[in-house]
Design a protein around this ligand. Structure first.
Ligand SMILES: O=c1ccn([C@H]2C[C@H](O)[C@@H](COP(=O)(O)OP(=O)(O)OP(=O)(O)O)O2)c(=O)[nH]1
Ligand SMILES: [Mg+2]
Length: 153
């Protein structure tokens, strides 16, 4: 832990999580893994999407931070287990349980065992902005070009 590391309040909503709290796996890890709080194995057929409990609530509180729930690359690439919402965005004022929308986008059934590390939680900086309504912008180099306007190579 570095001295400047922000501290976030976390409620443990299920005692099963006590011994397996999320942690950074290495010094340079960007995310900490979230486990599936399940009473029994959960088999997802191809195309199935289920909301899975994590047993944890994290109150970020600081509006200049947000949480993100992201897939784990091994599960996503090897097994097609990703998120039903693609990315979960956790508001700084959210105090409820972190939930994982798990989606089997693959072609084979996949069984999630209880307390499997299913997704990862990343805290990112956020800037809240104010919008000034204008009629026109000062021209930029890109202008309204997008969606491949700069070419493929
Ligand atoms: O994967 C996720 C995504 C969201 N949330 C929680 C935290 C987040 O702060 C809240 C609302 O998420 P979001 O704003 O993305 O959903 P919404 O459909 O816009 O709901 P709301 O009307 O409550 O904002 O739901 C999760 O637990 N897991
Ligand atoms: Mg919302």
């Amino acid at each position: 832990m570095t001295p400047s590391q922000p501290r976030l309040e976390c409620r443990v909503l299920d005692e099963r999580l006590r011994d397996v709290m999320p942690a950074y796996a290495t010094q340079g890890s960007a995310g900490m893994d979230l486990r599936a709080l399940l009473d029994a194995p959960l088999t997802l057929s191809p195309g199935d999407c289920e909301l899975v409990r994590t047993g944890l609530a994290i109150h970020i509180a600081d509006p200049n931070l947000a949480g993100m729930i992201l897939p784990r690359s091994g599960l996503g690439h090897k097994h097609g287990i990703v998120l039903g919402n693609l990315v979960g965005l956790i508001d700084a004022d959210y105090q409820g349980e972190l939930m994982i929308s798990v989606w089997n986008r693959g072609q084979r059934p996949f069984t999630v065992e209880p307390l499997t590390r299913l997704a990862q939680y990343v805290v990112v900086p956020v800037v809240q902005v104010a919008l000034d309504v204008v009629d026109d912008f000062t021209p930029s180099e890109r202008g309204a070009g997008g969606f491949g306007s700069t070419g493929a190579r």
